[in-house]
Design a protein around this ligand. Sequence first.
Ligand SMILES: Nc1ccn([C@@H]2O[C@H](COP(=O)(O)O)[C@@H](O)[C@H]2O)c(=O)n1
Ligand SMILES: C[C@@]1(CO)OP(=O)(O)OP(=O)(O)OC[C@H]1O
Length: 160
Amino acid sequence: MKIGIGYDVHALASNRKLIIGGVQIPYEMGLYGHSDADVLVHAVMDSLLGAMGQGDIGKMFPDTDDKYKDADSRELLRQIVKYMKNSGFKLCNLDAVIIAQKPKMSLFIEEMRKNLACDMETEVSNINIKATTTEKLGFEGRGEGIAAQAVCLLENKEKH
Ligand SMILES: Nc1ccn([C@@H]2O[C@H](COP(=O)(O)O)[C@@H](O)[C@H]2O)c(=O)n1
Ligand SMILES: C[C@@]1(CO)OP(=O)(O)OP(=O)(O)OC[C@H]1O
């Protein structure tokens, strides 16, 4: 078994879409980044790479590469899942938290779980996603950005 942790932050900006867990959330601002800035999917990818001892997404998908400009983060996740399967790893479960003062995430959590389960080729019951405010404290609380954390457990199919 291998455990991995992922953490990511993106700034909120005008004239950007707010895409979290592959869901486009109606809001007056969106997340700024080189890709679609899907902070949750980025944290999930980093947790998978961490569990496999493969560094992080910046190493695998550099933000200096035009290939990833406005990239769909779910497509990047599917590439990591393909690598994971080819390396003999299978996801046991994933737990994640979105840290955002606004907007309310609860209406969109089930769709996010389905998106991640589909991309990670696992059951929805293996994916848990939570959301919390920071009670108006810090950069998330001031509405300057949104953060996400993820922890995953991988099973190595060859070694039990
Ligand atoms: N952006 C958010 C933040 C929180 N929630 C939900 O509200 C609950 C209470 O949040 P607290 O920060 O006050 O603990 C939380 O458990 C989430 O269910 C949300 O949907 N979107
Ligand atoms: C995903 C990548 C690549 O487009 O760009 P960003 O959207 O800026 O995201 P970040 O979380 O900074 O991480 C890695 C990047 O290489």
